[in-house]
Design a protein around this ligand. Structure first.
Ligand code: BEZ
Ligand code: FE
Length: 297
């Protein structure tokens, strides 16, 4: 057949993939074509709208370089990144048969664009906020398996923006690492470090994704959070955040990354001596959180 009715074009494209060598690629492309065609039909897409979409994707591509990944930001702000994270975590959980009495694992969330490999490995209790604006906060807790047994020597990467909402990576090409480090848990699975109480900040909104958000009538902000990434022998890796319960935008994260189980009420403390002996001349906070890791498949 050489001519197709509008409603049959999608199926015709799918039929041409009969010899696709990779079955998973074929499955993904089949669903993508079905949904794309259904979408165009549903909104009765006009040529101008289609061209505007092409121009938008072109602008997104032009905004990408080694430091800026506008396509991931697009995926983040459309909620797709978080959906993929949730699907992957469910896949990991499905591979593991929980034993009686075991707790649910710590939930995962998006990686975000500001992870920087090679952060310094620091001893427990170190302050990663030296010289950075912000209110001091002590982060402490344990890393365990689902049964509550300590995970010793787990690598815990942490990173956040400063109190003005900027990550080191956003401060110019020569800016040094700041507010990031790697810690290791002790024999009891304990970790602790000092940083700042994180503040809310906007995702980069000076490009096409920012234009899209404004067009959608949406704000670009993420609630205050501390990024964490855990790697431990015999366990599945975990990328997640700790969110400040009192932060603005906790109910409307621009990238839909908030999970109730990751929201922490920071304790507020008068100036004085913290439990680890550090003396603080100003109000300080603490964030207590235990991470639970899933065994490796
Ligand atoms: C962040 O957490 O820093 C972030 C995450 C997704 C998109 C932009 C920023
Ligand atoms: Fe962040």
């Amino acid at each position: 057949m050489s001519q197709y009715a509008a409603q049959d074009i999608g199926q015709a494209v799918i039929d041409r993939m009969a010899d696709a060598p990779n079955p998973r690629f074929k499955e993904v492309m089949t669903a993508l074509i079905q949904h794309l065609h259904a979408f165009a039909q549903e909104v009765q897409l006009t040529p101008d709208e289609w061209m505007a979409g092409i121009q938008f994707l072109t602008d997104v591509a032009k905004m990408c370089d080694e430091k800026r990944q506008e396509f991931i930001l697009l995926s983040d702000t459309l909620g797709l990144s978080m959906l993929v994270v949730a699907i992957q975590q469910a896949r990991g959980a499905a591979r593991y048969q929980p034993q009686p009495g075991e707790s649910a694992p710590t939930e995962a969330t998006v990686l975000g664009p500001f992870y920087w490999e090679g952060a310094p490995v620091l001893p427990a209790g170190a302050n990663i906020a030296e010289g950075a604006p912000g209110e001091p906060a002590w982060y402490h807790g344990r890393v365990t398996d689902l049964g509550g047994k300590p995970v010793a020597n787990a690598a815990l990467d942490v990173w956040s923006g400063d109190a003005e909402g900027f990550y080191d990576l956003q401060k110019g090409p020569d800016a040094p690492m700041q507010l990031r480090a790697r810690f290791h848990t002790d024999a009891d699975g304990r970790y602790s470090f000092w940083s700042i109480k994180p503040t809310y900040y906007p995702v980069p909104d000076d490009g096409p994704v920012g234009r899209m958000l404004r067009g959608m009538g949406r704000h670009p902000n993420r609630p205050g959070h501390m990024h964490t990434m855990l790697h431990a022998k015999g366990h599945q890796p975990l990328i997640t955040h700790l969110f400040d319960a009192d932060s603005p935008y906790i109910d409307s994260d621009a990238v839909f990354g908030v999970r109730d189980s990751l929201i922490v009420k920071f304790g507020q403390h008068a100036p004085g001596t913290a439990p680890d002996g550090r003396v603080l001349a100003k109000t300080w906070y603490d964030c207590a959180y235990d991470f639970r890791l899933v065994p490796a498949a």
